[in-house]
Design a protein around this ligand. Structure first.
Ligand SMILES: O=C(O)c1ccccc1N[C@@H]1O[C@H](COP(=O)(O)O)[C@@H](O)[C@H]1O
Length: 217
């Protein structure tokens, strides 16, 4: 099970999540209560171990700007959380090592999520970062061939049942492990990661579990 802790705004929270075993940490560049500046993210990403996947989250940003901010902040992956088209997503994927295409649970495009040319696909509640659950049955529309990350209203108490019900490749959380928007609750972060790992039918193998080994770079 791949576990991403998202909405990180400060170094202490990033280092704690990684120490607790997070495989990825996410930084919100889209308009949000958790929005963080590229320079702040750069100062955090350069202190993290190479095996941690660092992810910048964007929403309907121009492709050239996504690439520019990804380079400036030092993130290894971008997460496209808006209505990016297949063409825009593919353009970004040509210029950034890893791309996660996120879809709202109400998206009419779930069944063609495999056509965006991305390494990973996320299904979240509409909007992103809302802390709201959605009907997990819609995930069955997503082609089986993609690596699926489940998000949307997950927390330490429901992540195990979510994993058992959906059997995703990974899980992602922002508000469910917070004290307040942008500030993580260490106890919730620790419990979320532990509960996700305990529930996982298959282990996440680390960077080898992705098409390329980002830790080699
Ligand atoms: O977290 C945000 O503020 C956010 C803003 C804009 C786009 C995406 C955002 N967050 C992503 O949504 C998931 C789920 O959030 P939550 O756990 O329901 O609060 C989060 O992990 C981010 O990937």
């Amino acid at each position: 099970m791949f576990v991403k802790i998202c909405g990180i705004t400060n170094e202490d929270d990033a280092l704690f999540a990684v120490a607790m075993g997070a495989d990825a940490v996410g930084f919100i560049f889209a308009p949000s209560q958790r929005q963080v500046a590229p320079q702040v993210v750069y100062d955090i990403t350069r202190r993290l171990p190479p095996e941690v996947l660092t992810v910048g989250v964007f929403k309907d940003e121009h492709p050239s700007r996504v690439v520019e901010i990804a380079n400036k902040s030092g993130v290894k992956a971008v997460q496209l959380h808006g209505r990016e088209t297949i063409e825009q997503t593919r353009e970004i994927a040509h210029n950034v090592r890893y791309v996660i295409k996120a879809f709202g649970a109400d998206s009419p495009h779930l069944a063609k999520a495999d056509q965006y040319g991305t390494d990973l696909v996320m299904v979240d509640s509409p909007g992103g970062g809302t802390g709201k659950l959605f009907d997990w049955n819609v995930v069955s529309d997503v082609p089986d061939s993609v690596r699926l990350i489940l998000a949307g209203g997950l927390d330490p108490d429901n992540v195990a049942s979510a994993i058992q019900a959906v059997e995703p490749w990974g899980v992602d959380v922002a508000s469910g492990v917070e004290l307040s928007p942008g500030k993580k609750d260490p106890s919730k972060v620790r419990r979320f990661i532990a509960n996700a790992r305990a529930a996982a039918p298959t282990p996440y193998l680390g960077p080898d579990d992705l098409p390329y080994d980002w830790a080699d770079e």
